[in-house]
Structures are given as structure tokens and as C-alpha cells.
Design a protein around this ligand. Structure first.
Ligand code: NAD
Length: 268
């Protein structure tokens, strides 16, 4: 089988560099393009050099059509607007589109789902780590079995992160809500400040900490009478997400168009 030609979008970003390294190291894949936004400092640079490798002969561009020429797949950890536009572009030629971008609104997600219906093969996950995805299925079970326990989700990320709660914290919230058979939207408490009154029974609370260079810490606490169960996940470096995203790429190669998650990729 010919190599899968992969374009890394957000090539100049923290995840972009990890994704370039992961694609370069993957067998059966080749980096065929590198995209970043208009005005990004990475434009014009060699993607390999940017990611700390040897020259790969792929120059970072903001020209989407030039970057996608001959491409089979897009590995995209950018920003919501960019991911929606790339999904719609992926639908036109049936590309594989791996979306790691977080902070998408419901309207963004609806357009991404529509692009999958129109022909794109999309795997979208707020977290591409294997351990975290296993933790999600354990959280669903625990939330179902420990029905009256209070659920709180705590996350910490580096100081440059722009959205809160993290996409992963929201996924963990969804996992807990699934176990309780409730809609997260109607039970999430994302901010507490001042005289809040007692905790509302059945709510799912979120706390977001920001600071330093923390890659990603997530805990789900189930607090009941006289006991507390905690699940914790610690991401040690970004290669973890890039490796998961590359595994999703390889998996999506054999799937029909549609919208998939890491649960599908890992068969959880
Ligand atoms: P970053 O700011 O370092 O990088 C983002 C890159 O995207 C930048 O180079 C930026 O210029 C580029 N970009 C922005 N708009 C663009 C556009 N229109 N077209 C092309 N490129 C564009 O951020 P990061 O830490 O690499 O994270 C990127 C995204 O990935 C965030 O949403 C983050 O939350 C998410 N993330 C997801 C996972 C996961 O496993 N799903 C893991 C880590 C980070």
C-alpha cells in the first residue's frame, strides 16, 4: 500500500511539532504538507526543522489548496474555526481528518458532523491518549454504580491554554453524565464564586487550574458518605497525544466516511 500522505495543520504549534515528529516516525505515512494560519511565524520554514528533525523538504504554508495537493489526510490541532473549515474541505474529496482541536461550540460540532455526512472520514477527540480513554469508560461505570455520589472534575494545564474547562474535562463530564443517564449541559456547574449555597445534588462540578508548563492533569472525584473514589490521569509529554492521533489516522484509513471517536478507534 502506498504511503498515506498527511498534512499537519497548526504545524507551528506545540502539538503541531509533536504531530510532525509522529508522522515522520510512523511507517506507511509521509508528511506531504504543513499548514499554519496567515501571519504565523512558522510560515516559510521547513516542517522537519521546526519540529527538531532534519529537513523534510515540506515548507509550512497558509495556502490550504497547495498544502492539500496530493494529500490523503489532515492531522489538525489548531483552532475551532480552522477545524470546521478543514472538515468542510475534507468532505469535498473524502479526506481523513483527525481533529484534536478543543473549544468547539455546538454549532462548530454540528458543522463537523455535517462534513462527516458529506464524505469526510473524521476522528475527533478532546484527548487522544489511550489511558485517558480507558479512564472515561471506568468513570461511566463508577458514575452508574455510585448513583448518589457527588462528581467533581479537576483539571490543570499550562498557562498558555485558552479554553476552560479543557476538552478532556468536558469529555470526562460527558462520560459521568452517560453513567447517570443525564445531559451534562443541564447538570454541569462550571463556575463557583461567592455565596453559592449548598451543592446541588446530581450536579457535575468542574474546576480549572492554569499555570506553568503542565501538559495535562485530570481527576474525577466521586464523593459519597464517608468515602471518596478518585480517578487521575497525568500526561507527561505531548507525544502521547500525537501517537494516539497517528493511531487514529491508521485506523481511519479502512473506515467509510463518518464521524468517529477514540472509543471507536480503541474498540472500547
Ligand atoms: P498552539 O497555540 O501551540 O498551536 C496552535 C497552532 O494552530 C498555531 O501554530 C496556530 O498558528 C495554528 N492555527 C491557528 N489557526 C489556524 C488556522 N486557521 N489555520 C492553520 N493553523 C492555525 O496550541 P497547541 O497546544 O498545539 O493546541 C492546539 C489545539 O489542540 C488546542 O485546541 C488544544 O486544546 C488541543 N489539544 C488537544 C489534544 C487532544 O488530545 N485532543 C492534546 C493537546 C492539545
Amino acid at each position: 500500500m502506498a504511503d498515506l500522505n498527511v498534512v499537519v495543520a497548526g504545524a507551528g504549534g506545540r502539538m503541531g511539532a509533536a504531530n510532525i515528529r509522529a508522522v515522520a516516525a510512523a511507517s506507511g505515512m509521509a508528511l506531504s504538507g504543513a499548514l499554519d494560519r496567515n501571519g504565523a511565524p512558522a510560515l516559510g520554514r521547513d516542517a522537519g526543522v521546526l519540529a527538531g528533525l532534519e529537513e523534510l523538504g515540506v515548507t509550512v504554508t497558509d495556502d490550504i489548496e497547495a498544502a492539500l495537493s496530493g494529500a490523503d489526510a489532515i492531522l489538525d490541532f489548531t483552532a475551532p474555526g480552522a477545524s470546521v473549515a478543514l472538515a468542510e474541505r475534507a468532505a469535498r474529496t473524502g479526506l481523513i481528518h483527525i481533529i484534536g482541536t478543543t473549544g468547539c461550540t455546538e454549532a462548530d460540532d454540528a458543522r463537523i458532523a455535517q462534513a462527516a455526512k458529506a464524505g469526510a472520514r473524521i476522528v475527533k477527540a478532546g484527548n487522544f491518549s489511550l489511558g485517558l480513554n480507558v479512564m472515561m469508560s471506568l468513570v461511566t461505570q463508577a458514575a452508574a454504580k455510585l448513583a448518589g455520589y457527588d462528581i467533581e472534575i479537576v483539571e490543570m494545564h499550562h498557562a498558555k491554554k485558552v479554553d476552560a474547562p479543557s476538552g478532556t474535562a468536558l469529555m470526562l463530564g460527558e462520560a459521568a453524565a452517560r453513567g447517570r443517564n443525564i445531559a451534562l449541559k443541564e447538570h454541569a456547574v462550571r463556575v463557583r464564586d461567592g455565596h453559592t449555597g449548598p451543592r446541588e445534588a446530581g450536579s457535575i462540578g468542574f474546576q480549572s487550574l492554569r499555570g506553568g508548563t503542565v501538559v495535562g492533569e485530570h481527576s474525577v472525584i466521586l464523593a459519597g458518605p464517608s468515602e471518596r473514589l478518585e480517578f487521575s490521569h497525568h500526561a507527561e509529554d505531548r507525544s502521547l497525544f500525537a501517537n494516539g492521533a497517528v493511531a487514529a489516522l491508521a485506523w481511519a484509513r479502512n473506515q467509510p466516511p463518518g464521524l468517529y471517536s477514540m472509543t471507536d478507534v480503541l474498540g472500547l
